[in-house]
Design a protein around this ligand. Structure first.
Ligand code: X8Z
Ligand code: ZN
Length: 610
């Protein structure tokens, strides 16, 4: 999630107004008439409650994520129940002003209150308790999931991620690929029940189902969101198709028939990532001689004695160079940068704002280029949070839309170019233009490969929430979408006894995922606009905005708007355009596309969708 990724709290913290009585149908008694004035009063006191609940529940979530135990899971279930009940109550109370004409801010705040929850509970204590217990259990069970390949040799998520990134032994890859997916079948019953309860809660709030609620958060008719995502996907799909064709061919060269499929898909265990979502780790397997980037960031970090703290300091320094205040002392004291040896933590990286002065990241950092990027990603959340927290009322303390939150740090990391690495002292000199294809290929393996993954996850959830996919077809639907969008297939037969979606953190963690797809489009728009501001005329992938205070000021202006304006206004403030647009990422990778298409000439590309 955007505010506390992985905590399941997004938008939950909409406070209560204790002195107004509300019955179970949401009809107010003893309440003042629904006027503009009463709306303003209600919002003001709701915002006080929101802040209090945010801080209280945040502490519970933080403790659970950092010390995953039976008891902290109980505590988080309690806090989550309270927060959800407040959210539901307020969403119902806000309905009171539905037919009343309100000034712009009041109407917007009312609407945000109504759609604030990610998983609304029905308006009864039994089901809200059950929902809170289920979500806490899903999160903790995932966090403690392990695959034991032999007695005493048990692998947690971070170990599996490492093996998938570095092993080139197809048998080992297949073994851990299957092994990690043994953690999720035990989650399925809880997941099914969770969908049932959250849907009931969503219907009570006036949405067709929970997917419809999720799609309602984009300042456009909810029904238009799938088409908007498809429009963007259509812009970038030709680029993905070229990459897919090239990578498949190289994998077949390397792995032989293990990589060869009759339908043209790529087996999911060969792509360097346990979810086949980003493929940068197999750069060495797929790159040809003329695609050498000239350096390897992981080796540079390791060779220069970087440790997790120093990596985070470098990320912080980037923002400081743009003119932002450094993260406060408490950030350094309270964040978690390394996986502790003696206890279970939720290792999936997240960024937290526990109050308007308390920012933290929680991450099990490895000294790799991939994690260096993720650090910038997480810090992007923190700097965004601080910008709007200091400027906006509690209800507006969020990003313009959730894709903005996910895009900021990635946009900053696009400026971690060779010239910036030279400045950091990590690289002696910039590789010349002959290395451009290598640089672009390395990045495309992460960013372009991600696009279809980013869009298919919530296609699956939308179908689950709407009932189009049932518990009897969960896994089949998942693999059919994987095939359709990514051209990726399971390396071994899967059945409904498997629950492969549950092996991806954001499914048990209940973090909506379309945000990451939008973010992968937006970050290139931000980059292109920012490079325009610095007067950059070279290729976009060589542009860095490091140290540019003017870009920093323009960025801050967008960040501090929070969610106070519809997102096209925020986008316009920074980029001058009001639409999401895939042409920036297409332009960025245009030289690579030409190169890939030359390499692919004469090959059979594409896959069947079954
Ligand atoms: O979950 C994340 C971030 C935290 S919001 C580390 N990401 C997605 C993922 O890992 O699946 C960033 C990229 C996509
Ligand atoms: Zn994020």
């Amino acid at each position: 999630m955007d505010k506390r990724i992985g905590a399941g709290l997004a938008g939950v913290l909409i406070g209560a107004v204790a002195y107004w009585v509300i019955d179970t149908q949401g009809i107010m008694e003893a309440a003042p008439p629904a006027t503009e004035e009463s709306a303003a009063e209600w919002i003001a006191s709701a915002e006080i409650e929101i802040e209090e609940m945010w801080e209280y529940a945040g502490s519970a979530y933080w403790v659970n994520a950092n010390f995953v135990t039976y008891d902290t899971t109980n505590l988080v279930a309690r806090a989550s129940q309270e927060a959800t009940e407040l959210g539901v109550r307020l969403a119902n109370e806000a309905k009171r002003w539905n037919g009343v004409e309100l000034s712009g801010d009041l109407r917007r705040k009312m609407d945000l209150v109504k759609m604030g929850l990610t998983l609304p509970a029905p308006d009864n204590a039994a089901e809200s308790k059950e929902l809170a217990e289920i979500t806490a259990r899903l999160d903790s069970t995932y966090a403690t999931g392990k695959y034991c390949r032999s007695e005493g040799d048990c692998l947690a998520d971070v170990d599996i991620i490492q093996i998938m990134a570095t092993s080139r032994d197809a048998d080992e890859l297949l073994d851990v690929w299957q092994g990690w997916r043994t953690i999720s079948p035990p989650l399925k019953d809880d997941y099914v029940r969770m969908v049932e309860i959250a849907n009931k809660g969503s219907v009570e709030l006036g949405y067709a189902d929970t997917g419809a609620l999720w799609r309602s958060k984009y300042d456009m008719p909810a029904a238009d969101v799938p088409a908007e995502a498809d429009r963007l996907w259509g812009q970038v799909k030709p680029l993905y198709d070229s990459l897919h064709c090239y990578v498949r061919d190289k994998l077949i060269e390397n792995y032989g028939e293990v990589a060869e499929t009759a339908d043209g898909t790529i087996p999911a265990h060969l792509l360097g990532n346990i979810w086949a979502q980003q493929w940068g780790n197999i750069f060495d397997v797929v790159a040809e001689g003329d695609a050498d980037p000239g350096y390897d960031l992981t080796k540079l970090l390791q060779g220069n004695g970087y440790d997790p703290l120093r990596m985070v300091q470098a990320g912080d320094a980037f923002f400081v160079g743009l003119g932002f205040e450094p993260m406060p002392e408490t950030f350094w004291e309270r964040s978690l940068f390394s996986k502790p040896r003696d206890r279970a933590v939720q290792c999936h990286a997240s960024a937290w704002d526990l109050s308007t002065t308390d920012y933290r990241i929680k991450m099990c950092i490895d000294i790799t280029g991939e994690d260096f990027n993720t650090i910038h990603h997480e810090l992007g959340h923190n700097f965004y949070q601080r910008a709007y927290n200091l400027k906006q009322d509690p209800i507006y303390r969020d990003s313009a839309h959730d894709g903005f939150h996910e895009a900021i740090g990635d946009f900053i990391a696009l400026s971690v170019t060779p010239s910036y690495l030279v400045n950091l002292g990590l690289l002696q000199e910039e590789p010349d233009a002959s290395k451009d294809i290598g640089l672009l290929l390395a990045q495309a393996l992460d960013k372009v490969a991600f696009l279809p993954f980013g869009i298919m996850i919530d296609q699956w959830r939308w179908q689950v929430f709407s009932g189009e996919a049932t518990p009897e077809t969960y896994n089949a639907t998942w693999w059919s979408l994987r095939q359709q969008y990514q051209g990726v297939s399971a390396p071994v037969e899967r059945t409904e006894a498997n629950f492969d979606p549950g092996a991806k953190y954001h499914i048990p963690g209940n973090t909506p995922y379309l945000r990451y797809f939008f973010a992968h489009i937006l970050q290139y728009q931000f980059h292109e606009a920012a490079c325009g501001m610095v007067g950059w005329e070279g290729p976009l992938h060589r542009c860095t905005i490091a140290g540019n205070k003017e870009v920093g000021a323009r960025l801050n202006a967008m960040l501090e708007m929070g969610s106070s304006q519809p997102w096209p206004d925020a986008l316009e403030a920074f980029t001058g355009t009001r639409e999401m647009d895939g042409s920036a990422i297409v332009k960025y990778f245009a030289p690579l596309k030409t190169w890939l298409d030359e390499k692919n000439a004469g090959k059979t590309c594409g896959w069947t969708t079954g």
